[in-house]
Write a protein that binds this ligand. Structure first.
Ligand SMILES: [Cu+2]
Length: 278
């Protein structure tokens, strides 16, 4: 069943950047702006050069085409210069930001740690519950009612919460999300949190983010993952700590308690029916 659309409190999607509610959003936006200005300068520069060549070397009476290469080294220097500047952008500007965000994860003990398991065409979000331990999962146990294959014989599974395409996170707290996929390659993306990462079957990628404002926003799949790709829209609710605790309490209340252990009793044989005489 598809998730119901949550109300959008901040539907400021349009021209330009989506709203930025991420603690590290400004760094990423700055990077995008620098790269786009550079691309604009290149586009306009090469465009002017192209138009100049069209006019300067157009066919006209009395002029013959020359097949010799130009005797000036300026274009070569220009090309090498641009390539060097692009290398500088990649290695000195982009790489440090990417490496910091990708590899310097916050401490798990200070964060909300969740698993996000993608499938065609939903996001299964796994919270470890009060014990902070994810219950065991087994692909053999996967069913419509148990999309993660949670093994309920594991005591750690009893308090686990599974939410389908509805992510709730507390504001101002780091979130570590371990991304994996059940089927094909998906792309986990929350534009307002400046988070986007491929989700690849057979691999687990930890990513992290921290929200600095509350609100209701969208999760998108950023990889064309099948015919229902556009249905793979989820929702993230960035809650105050009180709202988050209330939501979590609501989920806990809906947990189905594990069946009580029934004492094993010896099978009883039915008493023989009394003989009747006519
Ligand atoms: Cu997808």
């Amino acid at each position: 069943m598809l998730p119901e659309a949550a109300p959008m409190e901040n539907p400021h999607y349009g021209w330009g950047f989506p709203p930025d509610v991420s603690t590290y959003g400004a760094v990423i936006d700055h990077l995008i702006i620098v790269i786009h200005w550079f691309m604009l300068v290149l586009f306009v520069g090469w465009g002017i050069f192209f138009v100049y060549c069209l006019i300067r070397f157009r066919q006209r009476p009395g002029h013959k085409a020359s097949y010799e290469s130009a005797h000036t080294k300026f274009p070569k220097f220009l090309e090498v210069g641009i390539a060097l500047f692009e290398a500088f952008l990649l290695i000195a500007v982009s790489y440090p930001v990417w490496s910091k965000l990708r590899y310097q994860l916050p401490e798990e003990k200070d964060s909300l740690v969740i698993r996000i398991v993608a499938q065609q065409f939903v996001w299964n979000i796994h919270y470890p519950g009060k014990d902070n331990v994810f219950g065991k999962t087994d692909p053999k146990l996967i069913s419509d009612s148990n999309p993660l294959g949670l093994d309920m014989t594991d005591p750690a599974s009893a308090d686990d919460i599974v939410s389908v395409s509805q992510l709730h996170i507390p504001v101002n707290k780091p979130v570590i999300a371990k991304l994996s996929s059940k089927d094909v390659i998906h792309g986990f993306s929350i534009p307002v949190l400046r988070v986007k990462h491929d989700v690849i079957p057979g691999m687990v990628f930890p990513i992290w983010f921290q929200a600095k404002e509350t609100g209701q926003f969208e999760i998108a799949c950023a990889q064309l993952c099948g015919v229902g790709h556009t249905l793979m829209r989820g929702f993230v609710s960035i809650d105050t700590p009180e709202q988050y605790d209330a939501w979590m309490a609501e989920q806990v209340a809906q947990l189905i308690p594990p069946p009580a252990a029934t004492p094993v009793t010896a099978p009883t044989t039915p008493a023989p029916a009394p003989a009747t005489h006519e």
